[in-house]
Design a protein around this ligand. Structure first.
Ligand SMILES: *Cc1c(COP(=O)(O)O)cnc(C)c1O
Length: 461
């Protein structure tokens, strides 16, 4: 052990006086900076005790301190480059916001606002008023409100419309979304009683009709947004379900989940039911997510008959499920884009990605591949398949183009790990023992980050 070196270790104050550390301390606060300095000096001491001979000047300690800090000062919630090809990646935050929505959030975040204030009358306003008019005109419904997410929306709807009574649901629609939203459990939580009818693969109109009794409160249809039952199947359409419900003077609730406000075919979503169809089915109340196919912020939107929505606004649960001002700002701006028939396809990132043509995708992949090849990375442009994601349209594979890295200097797993360890992680997908970067889900500027990441990772091996 080198006693002389240990004696030479700098004092905390000495390191804090170094220019770079002083500048950083102004940003983080003195206490936080001192903790990093202590950590750095501790690391140097350990190295000496283990027989090492590190440089022990105050400058060296400052450098080490800043290295620790650079790691630790990264926000835990931070941007990543999504090169997975999954457009609505739930683990990567589902839908990225459109520029209009991001600007609206920034504007509202640092100022007071009209959240529950009506500047015209100077009186208290309602947070639900900001998007209700837009939703009503876009969806053609009488009334609408918005809560924290679609799970909350379904809970509130069931609590208001079913509680203490039975809701009839097909056994083919008892969905689980993302391991935490399960129709039977949410029903129980709401105080409603699940009345299952039919079988997993087949449910007939008579199954609903025969289940109606004096305890029945509503008929519920759930869009099986994250799975499909194939083969010998029969499902009662939303329209038929509404007809049956109304014949017995019962309300029909339709949990659509995915919430496409666009033309499904144009967005490459096949026959995915749209909001327009759900509203036209005659459902009394429709619920859907803000951050799935709508491409907005996390939110749960409830649209339908005024008589029901008015009761939901008064439900005590609403206070616990309420939407916050930043989300409302983003949602309002996103919905404004949808007032135009064309704008969403170019402005809403999720829709823009879904609508990309094969030619466009191939060109993007070719360009990225060439860039990497020029930097000495072996790769090529390949045709492949991505997914919509976010529990939407599960059986639909999106034909796409990817950059396949086939450079033997790193295994796909090792490359993937290094790309994920970057300050801005680059997340691709591994298929057939190759790492693929799907260009469909790259946002503006992401190509540069991805290209630099791959190049630097290979330069460092
Ligand atoms: C996604 C989904 C939900 C849950 O919505 P969140 O916004 O994730 O809470 C509920 N029901 C259906 C049918 C869904 O697709």
């Amino acid at each position: 052990m080198n006693r002389e070196l240990l004696r030479q270790l700098p004092q905390i104050d000495e390191v804090l006086r170094q220019d770079e550390v002083r500048a950083a301390a102004a940003e983080w606060g003195h206490g936080v900076a001192a903790a990093y300095v202590r950590e750095a000096i501790g690391a140097l001491r350990r190295e000496i005790l283990e027989g090492g001979e590190p440089e022990v000047s105050a400058r060296a300690a400052a450098r080490l301190c800043l290295r620790f800090a650079r790691q630790a000062e990264q926000p835990s919630l931070r941007p990543v480059v999504n090169a997975t090809g999954v457009v609505l990646h739930t683990n990567l935050g589902r839908a990225p916001l459109c520029t209009q929505a991001a600007q609206a959030v920034a504007q509202v975040a640092q100022s007071y606002n009209t959240l529950e204030y009506d500047p015209e009358t100077g009186r208290r306003g309602s947070r639900y008023s900001h998007v209700e008019g837009l939703l009503c005109s876009l969806l053609g419904c009488e009334s609408a409100m918005v809560v924290n997410n679609n799970a909350a929306a379904v809970l509130l709807v069931l609590s208001t419309m079913v509680s203490g009574r039975e809701a009839i649901v097909s056994r083919g629609e008892l969905v689980e979304i993302g391991g935490s939203f399960r129709v039977p459990e949410i029903m129980e939580m709401s105080g409603g009683i699940l009345r299952e009818v039919g079988t997993t693969n087949k449910t007939h109109p008579a199954d609903y009709e025969n289940a109606v009794c004096e305890r029945t409160g509503a008929v519920l249809k759930v869009h099986t947004s994250n799975y499909r039952i194939m083969g010998f199947t029969e499902e009662v359409s939303a329209q038929q379900t509404a007809e049956i419900a109304h014949r017995f003077d019962l309300p029909m609730i339709y949990d659509l989940g995915s919430g496409a406000m666009c033309d499904s075919a144009r967005a490459g979503l096949g026959d995915e039911p749209t909001l327009a169809q759900a509203m036209a089915s005659g459902a009394d109340v429709v619920t859907f997510s803000g951050d799935k196919l709508l491409g907005g912020p996390q939110a749960g939107i409830i649209a339908g008959k005024k008589q029901w929505i008015d009761r939901m606004k008064k439900n005590a649960l609403t206070r616990a499920l309420r939407i916050d001002k930043l989300t409302l700002a983003a949602l309002e701006a996103t919905l404004r884009v949808y007032r135009d028939a064309e704008l969403p396809y170019s402005q809403v990132p999720a829709l823009r990605m879904l609508c990309m043509t094969q030619a466009e995708l191939e060109e993007r992949a070719q360009t990225l591949a060439q860039r990497l090849q020029q930097a000495g990375v072996q790769c090529r442009c390949v045709a492949s398949h991505g997914q919509v994601g976010g529990g939407s349209v599960p059986t639909r594979l999106l034909p796409t183009f990817c950059v396949e890295i086939c450079d033997g200097r790193l295994s796909p797993d090792a490359l993937d790990k290094r790309l994920r360890a970057r300050r801005v992680p680059v997340v691709g997908r591994i298929a057939h023992d190759r790492l693929l970067l799907d260009v469909r889900t790259l946002l503006t500027g992401d190509e540069d980050i991805a290209a630099a990441a791959v190049t630097e990772v290979f330069e460092s091996v």
